[in-house]
Write a protein that binds this ligand. Structure first.
Ligand SMILES: *[C@@H]1O[C@H](CO)[C@@H](O)[C@H](O)[C@H]1NC(C)=O
Ligand SMILES: *[C@@H]1O[C@H](CO)[C@@H](O)[C@H](O)[C@H]1NC(C)=O
Ligand SMILES: *[C@@H]1O[C@H](CO)[C@@H](O)[C@H](O)[C@H]1NC(C)=O
Ligand SMILES: *[C@@H]1O[C@H](CO)[C@@H](O)[C@H](O)[C@H]1NC(C)=O
Ligand SMILES: *[C@@H]1O[C@H](CO)[C@@H](O)[C@H](O)[C@H]1NC(C)=O
Ligand SMILES: *[C@@H]1O[C@H](CO)[C@@H](O)[C@H](O)[C@H]1NC(C)=O
Length: 269
């Protein structure tokens, strides 16, 4: 029973120990405004942010030290972002020089993000270091392109494909005249990025927008679809037939009555 208690105590200490030591060694990071894509909430351990936004990496108080470091690691690639001997000029690596700001009082680091900054970051003194902080840097999506026939006849099916010139969307959806389209027998979504409109009618004419989203952005493009009623073609043809038919009818009537010349003269007048 007591061995059990001891074991429990040991486990508790083990669980508590690194937890208590872990809390102050955690970096707190935050995307700074203005950044129209990423979440601005401070986070511990892991943060998702966007290219060209600025992140602030703040460190907990650590033991005093004559020199401190900010380090980057991504797989086998390791780099010292900066090295600072207290009260000496900050020594920043060339690839970070024009886009980082180091605060010599609280040792925080501000960085304008580039593609390729995804990876882990930590702060280190001579005797202590923080946990590695994981940063994921994602590019906002460009406006998608909609490929399809913009002027089609009623009755057939229509295919609109939404392509992203660069990057990858986590989700796609469609709107018609600003309203979300739901899947049905009439509107079918194929392979995430394709809208099929089955047996299109003139009612399907309108502005179709494809919306794309990833973890840091949402973008959209709209497309004007015109569905022409088949009757638009039939009506003029029918009218032409009726007119020609009645002309012939009048001519025949005139001829029967033997007043052909008279009729023609009256027409010319
Ligand atoms: C920093 O300089 C590099 C070229 O050395 C450039 O590509 C990058 O856009 C610059 N970053 C900022 C934030 O000015
Ligand atoms: C550095 O951090 C301190 C304490 O957080 C703050 O008072 C000061 O304004 C910061 N300095 C700069 C240049 O941001
Ligand atoms: C959509 O992408 C275009 C570039 O294709 C960009 O100029 C625009 O800012 C983006 N819009 C949003 C809301 O991200
Ligand atoms: C678009 O569809 C119409 C009929 O639905 C067809 O006549 C036309 O050739 C199509 N245009 C293209 C570029 O496919
Ligand atoms: C559609 O989504 C699935 C998973 O949801 C993904 O594997 C596939 O690549 C996506 N297709 C396109 C065209 O984006
Ligand atoms: C066409 O759309 C209107 C409203 O948008 C609706 O009232 C009407 O029933 C639709 N007609 C057909 C044939 O679907």
């Amino acid at each position: 029973m007591c061995a059990c208690c001891l074991l429990l105590l040991l486990l508790l200490l083990l669980a508590w120990g690194p937890g208590a030591a872990g809390a102050p060694s955690a970096i707190i990071a935050q995307t700074l405004a203005p950044c129209y894509s990423a979440d601005l909430q401070p986070a511990s351990g892991r943060l998702i942010s966007a290219v060209s936004c600025t992140v602030l990496l703040a460190v907990p108080p650590l033991n005093a030290s004559a020199v401190v470091f900010w380090e980057y690691k991504n797989g086998p690639h390791e780099e010292i972002i900066l090295k600072y001997y207290l009260n000496k000029p900050v020594n920043t690596a060339a690839s970070y020089k024009n886009r980082t700001k180091f605060n010599e009082t609280d040792f925080s680091l501000q960085m304008v993000l580039q593609r390729g900054d995804s990876g882990t970051y930590r702060f280190r003194t001579e005797s202590q270091e923080t946990d590695w902080f994981q940063l994921e840097v994602i590019e906002p999506l460009p406006a998608p392109e909609i490929v399809g026939n913009s002027s089609v006849k009623a009755g057939g099916s229509i295919k609109l494909v939404c392509n992203i010139p660069e990057g990858k969307a986590d989700s796609y959806w469609w709107k018609k005249n600003g309203e979300l389209l739901l899947g049905s027998d009439h509107f079918q979504f194929v392979r995430n990025n394709t809208l099929h409109i089955i047996e299109a009618t003139m009612n399907d004419s309108g502005y179709y927008a494809c919306v794309v989203r990833n973890k840091v952005s949402q973008n959209e493009t709209s497309f004007l679809l015109r569905v022409q009623n088949a009757a638009n073609m039939v009506l003029p043809v029918m009218m032409a037939c009726v007119i020609v038919g009645s002309l012939i009818g009048v001519l025949v009537w005139c001829r029967r009555r033997g007043r052909f010349r008279h009729c023609v003269r009256r027409w010319r007048a």
